[in-house]
Design a protein around this ligand. Structure first.
Ligand SMILES: [Zn+2]
Ligand SMILES: [Zn+2]
Length: 305
């Protein structure tokens, strides 16, 4: 299993490098910097820290105790199938679930609070998809991995599926000018998902697919015009700090005012800013482009929560 972890990590890093290179070579939106606004929050907090702790919580405190109680995995209901069929089976059923749950998140005011973080990046690239509220990950990954364990699938299905999720997630958000033609009716990609992140009213209820675009075409939510969106993200101000982002999902507040409300918060906020600036100077001496680049064409996406 340890060797498998090395292999999947190596494959993942290969795709990270590939997507970064393709974004520079064939950009969907020109001029988007690698170290965009929110890059470090997405990488450090969402990709590394949050996913590490949620993985432990989901497997060790939800799925495995459930299996120890019900002993369902011992029935090996899908365990005798060829590995590739098991992976495909879980890939398709989970993607079908994600389509409907994602659609519901856009229609329900309560569930939107668990999804707005994912839409908050004003510049969308290979890393932007990692920004997902902890509750959203908790729900979706429990629904994803519990059946794999409880139906007694081959233990390899979990790391293979996790790798596919990570690579596909980077791909659909990547700032790459993909033109997949008819394949876009089946396989989802940046062509449709970049639009899903646009701050335009007409896409707020469109392009909910993650891996497969066919759900959107089948259920009438596909949106794929010839032009590209000019503005991404939310139509309302959204906090920059990871913890404030989660607090904001429970109680609306002004981030600046909150950070100035207590000396400890003030100290935390300024040290965080100093750290980000120091790291940015170290890895990207050229100042990143401003995220706030309002475009008149984007004014359509208002009042949609
Ligand atoms: Zn969405
Ligand atoms: Zn997305």
């Amino acid at each position: 299993m340890q060797t498998l972890v090395y292999y999947t990590t190596a494959i993942l890093l290969f795709f990270v490098g590939l997507f970064i290179w393709l974004e520079r070579k064939y950009p969907y939106t020109k001029g988007l910097p690698l170290f965009r606004e929110g890059f470090w929050v997405d990488l450090v907090w969402y990709t590394l820290i949050q996913s590490y702790f949620l993985k432990i919580f989901i497997f060790d405190y939800i799925i495995l105790p459930a299996d120890r109680t019900w002993h369902l995995s011992s029935l090996r209901l899908v365990g005798s199938w060829p590995l590739v069929w098991q992976v495909l089976f879980f890939l398709v059923i989970h993607d079908f679930y994600i389509y409907w749950f994602h659609r519901w998140q856009h229609h329900s005011k309560l569930l939107w609070r668990t999804h707005e973080a994912h839409h908050s990046n004003k510049e969308v690239d290979w890393l932007a998809g990692s920004r997902s509220h902890a509750v959203e990950i908790l729900i979706n990954q429990t629904v994803e991995f519990a059946p794999i364990i409880l139906l007694g699938a081959n233990p390899l299905v979990v790391p293979i599926k996790a790798l596919i999720d990570a690579v596909w997630g980077m791909y659909i958000h990547s700032n790459i000018n993909v033109r997949s033609g008819r394949l876009q009716y089946v396989i989802n990609g940046p062509e449709m998902h970049q639009w899903h992140h646009a701050n335009y009213r007409e896409v707020f209820y469109a392009n909910f697919g993650t891996k497969f675009a066919c759900w959107d075409w089948l259920f009438g939510t596909a949106y794929l015009p010839d032009v590209k969106p000019e503005e991404f993200g939310l139509y309302y101000p959204y906090p920059r700090d990871y913890f404030v982002q989660h607090l904001f999902s429970v109680k609306r507040m002004d981030e600046k005012r909150l950070m100035n409300s207590h000396p400890l918060l003030k100290a935390y906020h300024s040290s965080r800013q100093r750290l980000v600036q120091a790291v940015r100077r170290l890895v990207a001496p050229v100042p990143a482009r401003s995220a706030a680049n309002p475009s008149p064409a984007a004014s359509a996406g208002k009042n949609v929560e």
